[in-house]
Design a binder for this molecule. Structure first.
Ligand code: SF4
Ligand code: SF4
Length: 136
């Protein structure tokens, strides 16, 4: 059965050089779509959208976890209730993936859900409760 899932991979300095994309493609026949990449020799994270058959995906996950790379499914979705947002900016600096920015023409805070990894930090920081979590 073919499935499509989104994953966050977190690297440490010890495994930051692991060629994850090449391994997924060549060893397991999985084609990942890279949604975010912030990795250097000190570690970092990748967000991948993966489509593949269930068995290959499970084998690939086992391999990656064996290398000490954290691999977490992003099965949560954070969205903004536009009616509640007062554009206070409290969420902008705490977001680890820069999913918010201030539009300098309108001074309104824009939210890009494509960059979100559902860490939930903005949900805690948003006093008007505009940021909400949805479980898939
Ligand atoms: S913290 Fe909440 S109200 Fe303030 S800008 Fe962000 S989403 Fe809008
Ligand atoms: S949940 Fe985390 S990653 Fe997503 S927008 Fe909020 S602070 Fe950014």
């Amino acid at each position: 059965m073919t499935v499509r899932k989104k994953y966050l991979l977190a690297f440490t300095p010890e495994n930051a050089n692991l060629p994850v994309i090449a391994v997924l493609v060549q060893k397991f026949g999985i084609i990942p779509n890279i949604m975010q990449a912030k990795v250097n020799e000190r570690g970092g994270r990748l967000v991948l959208d993966i489509e593949g058959d269930t068995e290959s995906l499970e084998k690939a996950k086992a391999y990656i976890l064996e290398q000490g790379v954290e691999m977490r499914e992003l099965d949560r979705h954070v969205f903004r209730d536009e009616w509640r947002c007062i554009h206070c900016g409290a969420c902008v600096s705490i977001c680890p993936t820069d999913a918010f920015h201030v539009d300098m023409d309108s001074y309104e805070v824009r939210f890009n859900p494509e960059k979100c990894i559902a860490c939930e930090a903005c949900i805690q920081a948003c006093s008007p409760k505009a940021m909400k979590l949805e479980l898939w």
